[in-house]
Design a protein around this ligand. Sequence first.
Ligand SMILES: [Zn+2]
Ligand SMILES: [Zn+2]
Length: 429
Amino acid sequence: MAANTSVAFELPPLPSYTLTPRPPLVDGIPDNILALILPIIAYWAVSLFFHYIDVNDLFSQYRLHTPAEVLARNRVSRWDVVRDVVLQQIIQTVAGLVMAYFDTEEYLGKEEYDVAVWARRIRILQRALPHLVALFGLNASGLASNLSQNGYKTLAGAVAGGRYPDITQSIILENGAETLAPAFASWELALANFIYWYFVPALQLILGICIVDTWQYFLHRAMHLNRWLYVRFHSRHHRLYVPYAFGALYNHPVEGFLLDTAGTGVAFLISGMTHRQGMCFFTFSTIKTVDDHCGYSFPWDPLQHVTSNNAAYHDIHHQSWGIKTNFSQPFFIFWDRLFDTQWKGDVKLRYERSREVAQKQIDEGTALGPDPHADDSFYSTSNLDMAVVSPEAPAEINARTRLRRKTATLSPSVDSLKGVNHGVTSSVL
Ligand SMILES: [Zn+2]
Ligand SMILES: [Zn+2]
C-alpha cells in the first residue's frame, strides 16, 4: 500500500489501548481488601518472631532491656496490650472498608500508552538541547551532522533537538490508509519505561513516607505538649516503658486511628498509589513500627540500619527521661533534627541504672507491674517509673515469681544484667 505522505506528525503517535479490570493478586480477594489484611498478618507474624526470641531469651546480647525490666517497669499486662491492639486493628479495618467502598476499580491495558506519554515528554524536552549547546558557543546543527557522520546517530538526533528522521514506524490511519510516522528511539522508550515503572512509584513511596513522618511527628509532639491530649490518649502507649514488638500499636483507640490509620490513609491518597502500592506501603509501615518497638538492637536487621530511626532511637522516647525527645516516627528523624528534639548525650549509664533498679525490684518483690488506671503516669511518675502504686493482680505476681527464678538461673548476679551481657552495643547507647 502506498504511503500517504499528506499526514504530518510532529511527534510519534500514542498507541491505542483497551482497558480490562485488573485481576486481584489473590483469587477471590480484591486488592484493596488484601491491602487491609496483609498489614495485620505482617504485624502478628513479625511480632511473634520477636516474641519467640524474647521469651526464649535468644540473642540476649542485643536486648535493649532485661526481662526483669519488662515485668518491673511496664504498667500494662501483655494480654491488655493484645486486646487493645486487636481493637485498633478492627477500627483500622473498618476505616479501610469504608474507604474501599468509595474506591474506583483499577484497570490494566493503559501501561504502553502511559509509557509513550513519558517518551513524548522526553522527546519534547530534547528541544531545549540546541539552546543549551548554543550556550557553550556551539552550533547544534553542525555538531549534530558531525556526530551523525561519525556514526553517533542517536546522539546526533538528541543534540539536534529530538530529530530522528531515520526512526520511523508504519501505522494505519483511521481511514484505513497506511502511512509512515516518527517513532521513539530505543533509549527514549527505555528511559520512559524506567520513569513509569520505577521512578514515579519510588517518588510516590518517598512522598508517602514523608507525609506519614510529618503527620506523626506533629501529632505525636502535640500529644506530649498538651496535657489533656497526653493524659486522655497518648499516656496509654507510654505504659510500655520497655517496648516489645506487639506493643507497637498499643494505643488509645482514638490515638491509634488519628496517628496510624489516618496518617497512612492520607499518605496513600495524596501520593496517588495504586492498591498494590498501598499494599506494600501499609505492610512496610506496619513492619517498620513493629521493628521500632521490638526491644532489640540487631546488627543484622536491615530495617534498623536504613535510617537513624530504629528500635534504639524510639526506645529512648519510651523512657521517662527521654520522653520529651525523639518524637519522629516511623521512618526518618529529620523533624527531630529540624526542631532540635533529638535526644543528645550518652544513655549507657541511664540504661544500666534502669536494669539494676528493675532487677532489685524483682528480687525484692517490690516491682509495680501493670496499672491499668495509670493514664496520667507520665505526669506523676518519677525517673524510676514508680509513682503510681496499685494492687497487683495475682497472675502478675506469679509471673514475677517465675521470672525471679528464671533470672536467677540465667544470671546469678545483678552484675550479669549490666553492660554487654544484656546491653546494646556502645555505638547505640
Ligand atoms: Zn510519645
Ligand atoms: Zn512507641
